[in-house]
Design a protein around this ligand. Structure first.
Ligand code: NAP
Length: 218
């Protein structure tokens, strides 16, 4: 069942995470508009696998079409994300910072910011919520279970807008996971690569404990 106000999910990025979120979204009854860097014509196979609820578009089209939009591209590419069509929208940030892939970013190396705060600073007027950054892509479908399942896997979210976070929490519950709120985007480092909860299959109680024991690198 879909959540109120969200019929279409826009995806910027169609790789491991983008394609898996698209599969979960379609299974939950949403439409998706999915995009990558090379253009919609390169997504024919994926769209045909996803079926009639999916179409490919440019990043601008995915951003404009989505009632909620997911950013699933390497962090170094966030400079290319269209800003205007995302104003006022909830934007899920799946990104992680890997200096070897993304190049060194001083504010992340010295931990004066988080990767999600960098995205939020770029997307002024959007409501960024960190989610899906600490689960292996394939597990977004393989680890999903209905609400109330014993030992159900939990996923963390972080964000500065409570209404946006509530919407993303409902979306993730519908996809098949409990949800733990880490706090504002400034606290999202608690679930970044190298922390105790990162890519671990944890239930709500275990994830809460892992988030509490996380430490910054410096
Ligand atoms: N893989 C995982 O299990 C996993 C888990 C959690 C979080 N993450 C994080 O999620 C993000 C995406 O990871 P991924 O594994 O899905 O990456 P991926 O498989 O390499 O896919 C990246 C996608 O981003 C697109 N892209 C790259 N640059 C772009 C640009 N400038 N504009 C539009 N689209 C662009 C690519 O399109 P083209 O192919 O056309 O270039 C591709 O569709 C990363 O920050 C990663 O660290 C990954």
């Amino acid at each position: 069942m879909t959540i109120d106000g969200v019929k279409t999910i826009g995806l910027i990025g169609a790789g491991h995470i983008g394609s898996q979120v698209a599969r979960a979204a379609i299974a939950s009854g949403y439409h998706v508009v999915i995009s990558n860097s090379r253009g919609p014509e390169t997504l024919t196979d994926l769209v045909s696998e996803l079926g009639p609820q999916a179409r490919a578009g440019t990043t601008d089209e995915a951003a404009a079409a989505g009632d909620l939009v997911v950013v699933a591209i390497p962090l170094k590419a966030i400079r290319d994300i269209p800003v205007a069509p995302l104003i006022g929208k909830v934007v899920i940030d799946t990104n992680n910072y890997y200096p070897r892939r993304d190049g060194n970013i001083a504010a992340l190396d010295n931990e004066t910011s988080t990767s999600s705060e960098l995205l939020q600073a770029k997307l002024r007027g959007a409501h960024v919520v960190k989610a899906f950054n600490h689960i292996y892509a394939r597990q977004i479908t393989t680890d999903a279970t209905p609400p109330g399942t014993s030992n159900r896997r939990a996923l963390a979210i972080a964000g500065d807008d409570p209404v946006a976070k509530a919407q993303v929490a409902e979306l993730i519950d519908g996809f098949g996971f409990d949800v733990i709120d880490v706090g504002p985007l400034s606290e999202s480092w608690r679930i970044q690569p190298g922390t105790p909860g990162y890519v671990k299959q944890l239930n709500a109680e275990e994830l809460t404990a892992a988030l509490a024991t996380a430490q910054q690198r410096s």
